[in-house]
Design a protein around this ligand. Structure first.
Ligand code: UDP
Length: 472
């Protein structure tokens, strides 16, 4: 039977973009979906732009913009951390979400982004099955599901755990300092642990990953080793779901057309990555000295009174870059202001490596383009992603200085030269190419991710007779 499923991506560009890809997967398998989005007016300009782009480039996907929450429902205006504000906003959005679901002629299931954990109450109220789409690595899920019970017995705050090494099933050993820095804040920690404590109560978790990329973590999840003392819901690796791009033609793509094959290192740091002027100048110096071609997305530095959601002005490159840098690197390098069509850039034949902040979408986009990753984690779960990429999957190398005050120009120079023009860099590129091929196979009919999604639909009670036979 055909199902109607409501997908609820919550907020954040990196959460919306892959959820739209999930929507397309449901449609491809003959199901009906609606993506319910939080009114971009109550979120950030970046999110607002992302909603516009997602709608414009995915005409087959039905979107519904939820109205803002009732004024009195989000009235706890005590100043708090932006991450806690997001949880509060999403909790307050339960009322408009419930109204919307009730207004539909039929709805069979709710698929939530992890931050929308409070919407489990909405699903309960309506008696709907509830699933998650986890838009990060399987290894992250294995790690974070373990964390509530691990920390329950530890009196020390995460900050006080310092460099101590944590070992969880399926995950390379990592340091407590690799956990998201926002978790040093008590309120944020409580909210995040609460989120992962509740997730196992769902009916299943879809993961934007590929089994072959994360065999150990997926095994640990499936063997129930990640939620001590409780059952783990079924997990389904259905990725890599990567947006097809399709944005407006951008000048940087024309520039890439004029460059030799695999000759350009692309530097981009997610939808929120910014650097102080001093760091930008170190990067510029390193790129210049490397002698390699580069394409670099630069955002304006945040000033001290920046608040989450504020839009950043266009960067003034003449003021930010070292004197004469743009002139001297003209032709060999291009600096793009604020935003580039990343997926198209990564897939361009001229791009040869990717310096990334290790956001999970960027990671998958780099791997599926077959590019070696230079890992420079900045915020959120990116430090643990870096551990998975470098230690687990072995598809990247770290920028050492991410853990210090600055990544020095000399490291940028060395790593860029290494990845673009050394045997080690070539060997890394070959490993990523193999991962790219395996990921493409997984998505094909009969591949592991394809079958995982069919299994999920089957478990949901959807009869898709033609494909179910492939499972046996
Ligand atoms: N992105 C882009 N152009 C940019 C910066 C980011 O298209 O200049 C896209 C990128 O392709 C990815 C998303 O924004 O799909 C960022 O998601 P990710 O999970 O990598 O990082 P986040 O922004 O959530 O930290």
């Amino acid at each position: 039977m055909k199902k109607t499923v409501v997908l609820y991506p919550g907020v954040g560009v990196g959460h919306l973009v892959p959820m739209v890809e999930v929507a397309k997967l449901f449609i491809k398998h003959g199901q009906s979906v609606i993506v319910a989005v939080v009114d971009p007016q109550v979120e950030s300009t970046d999110f607002s732009d992302a909603v516009v782009r997602a709608r414009a480039s995915n005409p087959s996907v039905a979107f519904h913009v939820l109205p803002p929450p009732p004024a009195d429902s989000n009235s706890d205006s005590a100043p708090t951390h932006p991450v806690v504000q997001i949880f509060r906003l999403l909790k307050a959005m339960n009322a408009p979400l419930l109204d919307f679901l009730r207004s539909l002629p039929s709805v069979d299931a709710l698929v939530l982004d992890m931050f929308c954990v409070d919407a489990q109450d909405v699903a309960s109220e309506l008696g709907l099955p509830v699933y998650y789409f986890y838009a990060s690595a399987a290894a992250d899920l294995a790690l974070f599901l373990n964390l509530p019970s691990k920390l329950a017995g530890v009196k020390a705050k995460i900050k006080e755990l310092g460099d101590s090494v944590i070992k969880f099933p399926g995950v390379p050993p990592f340091k407590a300092t690799d956990l998201p820095e926002v978790m040093h804040n008590d309120e944020v920690l409580k909210a995040i642990l609460g989120m992962f404590d509740r997730m196992p109560d769902s009916d299943g978790i879809l993961i934007n990953s590929v089994e072959s990329l994360e065999t150990r973590a997926v095994r640990a999840l499936k063997d129930g080793l990640c939620v001590p003392g409780r059952a783990t819901p079924p997990v389904y690796c259905i990725g890599p779901l990567v947006s097809g791009g399709g944005g407006k033609e951008h000048e940087c793509l024309r520039w890439l057309d004029a460059q030799p094959d695999q000759s350009v290192v692309f530097l981009s740091f997610g939808s929120m990555g910014t650097f102080p002027v001093k760091q930008l100048q170190e990067i510029a110096t390193g790129l210049e000295k490397s002698g390699q071609r580069f394409l670099w997305v630069v955002r304006s530095p945040r000033n001290p009174d920046y608040k989450y959601g504020d839009s950043l002005p266009e960067p003034d490159l003449d003021a930010l870059m070292p004197e004469g840098f743009l002139e001297r690197t003209k032709g060999r390098g291009l600096v793009v202001k604020s935003w580039a069509p990343q997926v198209e850039v990564l897939r361009h034949r001229a791009t040869g490596a990717f310096m990334t902040h290790c956001g999970w979408n960027s990671t998958l986009e780099g791997i599926t383009a077959g590019l070696p990753l230079l890992c420079w984690p900045l915020y959120a779960e990116q430090r643990v992603n870096k551990v998975h990429i470098v230690e687990g999957m072995k598809l990247g190398v770290e920028m050492r200085g991410y853990n210090e005050e600055l990544v020095k120009g000399v490291e940028v120079e060395e790593k860029v030269r290494w990845v673009m023009a050394s045997e080690g860099g070539n060997a890394l590129r070959e490993r990523v190419t193999a991962a790219k091929v395996a990921a493409a196979e997984a998505l094909k009919e009969g591949g592991s991710s394809y079958l995982a999604f069919v299994q999920f639909l089957n478990d949901m009670g959807t009869s898709i007779v033609a494909t179910v036979s492939e499972l046996t």
